[in-house]
Each structure stands twice: as structure tokens, then as C-alpha cells.
Design a protein around this ligand. Structure first.
Ligand code: N2P
Length: 361
């Protein structure tokens, strides 16, 4: 009798234990957080955090439009978020569960409201620009002291690219960012989506295609840092992370990031909760944790991206808040542009063009 009672008690305890093993699944960009924060979230909440990474909006969008991703928190860029909201992919945030939302910065919330009116479905995680990463000594050795490291000429002028090909050039596998850059180089509206614009982008990429060694959206961090490549067209913070990795390795590689002088894309990555998230309550806890001023500052200090959290600013390192490549001043801001989403039909044409460009045929 006694034994049986104990067994039952033990069974109940076990079941209770299983029920309390709460989980939250987060799907974020690669190289986009200080992993110590993930451990801190688990310690503070007792919730198991499953953290997966991606490096392409298109990949995330496929999952969001199909549904059933199993994720509780995802991080699309504003333009993609907007289309996914319209497709019904997200649930409205319950702001009563997000007291730290008061920490958010009205300047950025004002801008993200363009993609998510009233910021009803998302909070800003990070924002940044898309631009040029170079191994300065290497590029100057090849193109001379006055190499145009801050200009789109570096990437899109075939005469430069032909020479740079010998030390390696990667560009993002992100058509919604690379096509606008080509259009900015041509002096056209970077947000144009007409056939004429696509043809122009095709022409520009076809001329430099033989000199691009890879289209990839995350490998360039290490490739730049260890000297495998000398140029990457990529994301601001990623290139600044490459700068640090190179400095730590003391390998003679000196990386610099520049937002192109002709104009750079400014984007906003937004945390949102899928409509079919298994654990929306834990998702809100994760969002609230991220919006804590010190947590958000720790994330930015680690990945070198600006964030949309005003209260975090007093905790930011000087080489983050004081760097106009991360927190642009008025003059830097004037050179940044934003873009609008591609509709379903336009997106198909864009994808077809991008596949053609990448294949080099
Ligand atoms: C992080 C890159 C995120 C920027 N590695 C893309 N929106």
C-alpha cells in the first residue's frame, strides 16, 4: 500500500515537472545576439529557450506564409513584416504583458509604424544599414590609396571589380537589398520595381557577375575577418563584428564599414509573434525581456547594431552610441533611404531575375 502511494506521488511529481518545463521557440537572424542573454532569460523565467537562426527574409517569409512554423517569436525586416501582417501571419501584441514597451524610442517606433501601423504586431529589435565592408590595406594595395571604399563604384564599377576579384568579393544573397543598391548606383530610385528598373539592375549585375565569388548572407563575417575575401556588401553590424574578430586575431586584416555615399538602405528588424505560436504567453515574456534597457544595450554592444530602445542608450558602449555608422547623426541620416515591400507578382519577377543573376547565365 505504502509503496503504491509513493509510486503515485512520484508519478504526479513527474507529471507536474513535465508540465512546468515550459518552452519558447525563437527564430532570429544569425550573429544577432549576445548568447549570455539567452541563458539569462532562462534563469530569470525558468522557461526553456530554443533559439534557431536564419540569414534570409525569403526563408522566414516562406515559413510564415505556410504557417505551422512552430516558432513563438520571429524577426522579419519591416518590409517583409508588412506583407506578412497583411497575410494574417501574426497576432496582435498584448501590450498589458509588455510593461517595458515604455522604454521604446518614439523616433524609431514612428518609422516602423510605416510597416506595422500603430506597432500593433511588432517591436523593433535592431535596425541598421546595408553597405560596404573592406579589408582596407588589401583593397588599397590593389586599387591604390584613393580606392573608393565608401562608394558604390567599388562594387558596381566592373573596372574595380575585375581587380578586386583576385582577393575575393561576397555580396548578400538578398535581392530586395542588392537590387536597390544597383539602382542607387545608376542614379535611379532605389525603391523602383518597374520592368525598366529590373532590366537596369540586370545589366549592372551582369557586368560584375564574373567577379563575385559568392552570394551569401552570413559567411562574409568570418571570410572578411580572416582575410579570405577583401570586400563584402553586407549589413553594418556584421561588418563591424568582422572588424572586431580580425582585430582579436591580430592577423593584419583591418576591416572598415561604410554606408555608400550615394545612399544606403536603412532597415528595421521587428520581433513578432506568429498567429499560431504554441506559447504566446512565453513569447510576450521574451519580448518584454528584450525590451529591458540593460538587456537591449547588452545585445547592441555585442552585435554593433542600433536598437529602437531609448532607455538602453545610457548603457550603450561609447564605440556603439558614438559611432555614426551605427547611430547616424543628421548628416549620415540624410544619406539613408528606405524601401517598400514587393507585392506577390513583383516578388516573383524579382526572384526570377535574382536566380538568373546568381547563375551567371
Ligand atoms: C544579422 C543581420 C541582420 C540584418 N546578422 C538583416 N536585416
Amino acid at each position: 500500500m505504502m509503496t503504491k502511494t509513493l509510486t503515485l506521488t512520484a508519478t504526479l511529481a513527474l507529471l507536474a515537472g513535465m508540465a512546468s518545463a515550459e518552452e519558447v521557440r525563437v527564430y532570429n537572424w544569425s550573429d544577432y545576439i549576445d548568447e549570455e542573454l539567452l541563458a539569462k532569460f532562462e534563469q530569470e523565467t525558468g522557461i526553456d529557450l530554443i533559439y534557431d537562426v536564419f540569414d534570409s527574409n525569403e526563408m522566414l517569409q516562406t515559413k510564415m506564409l505556410a504557417g505551422g512554423s512552430g516558432y513563438d517569436v520571429v524577426v522579419p525586416t519591416g518590409t517583409f513584416l508588412q506583407r506578412q501582417i497583411m497575410a494574417g501571419a501574426f497576432q496582435e501584441l498584448d501590450k498589458s504583458k509588455l510593461p517595458n514597451i515604455d522604454n521604446m524610442w518614439d523616433v524609431i517606433s514612428g518609422r516602423t509604424a510605416t510597416y506595422d501601423p500603430g506597432n500593433a504586431f511588432s517591436i523593433n529589435y535592431m535596425w541598421g544599414t546595408t553597405g560596404i565592408g573592406v579589408n582596407v590595406p588589401k583593397v588599397q594595395e590593389i586599387l591604390g590609396e584613393d580606392a573608393p571604399i565608401g562608394s558604390l563604384d567599388l562594387i558596381f564599377d566592373p573596372a574595380n571589380m575585375e581587380k578586386l576579384a583576385e582577393c575575393g568579393v561576397y555580396v548578400l544573397d538578398a535581392p530586395t537589398e542588392m537590387i536597390p543598391a544597383a539602382l542607387a548606383y545608376a542614379g535611379m530610385d532605389p525603391d523602383a520595381k518597374s520592368q525598366e528598373a529590373l532590366d537596369k539592375a540586370d545589366e549592372i549585375f551582369t557586368a560584375i557577375r564574373p567577379y563575385i565569388s559568392k552570394f551569401h548572407s552570413s559567411e562574409y563575417i568570418n571570410a572578411l575577418a580572416n582575410g579570405d575575401i577583401c570586400v563584402a556588401f553586407g549589413w553594418s553590424g556584421d561588418i563591424l563584428q568582422a572588424r572586431d574578430r580580425a582585430a582579436e586575431a591580430e592577423n593584419g586584416v583591418e576591416v572598415a564599414y561604410n554606408a555608400p555615399s550615394e545612399g544606403a538602405l536603412m532597415w528595421f528588424d521587428q520581433m513578432a509573434i506568429p498567429v499560431d505560436a504554441p506559447n504566446p504567453d512565453a513569447a510576450h515574456k521574451f519580448l518584454n525581456f528584450i525590451m529591458d534597457a540593460q538587456n537591449m544595450a547588452a545585445a547592441s554592444n555585442y552585435v554593433y547594431y542600433a536598437n529602437g530602445n531609448k532607455a538602453s542608450q545610457e548603457f550603450l558602449a561609447e564605440d556603439v552610441i558614438g559611432d555614426t555608422a551605427i547611430y547616424p547623426d543628421e548628416a549620415a541620416l540624410e544619406k539613408l533611404y528606405t524601401v517598400t515591400p514587393w507585392g506577390p507578382k513583383e516578388q516573383r519577377l524579382l526572384t526570377r531575375l535574382w536566380t538568373k543573376i546568381k547563375s551567371g547565365t
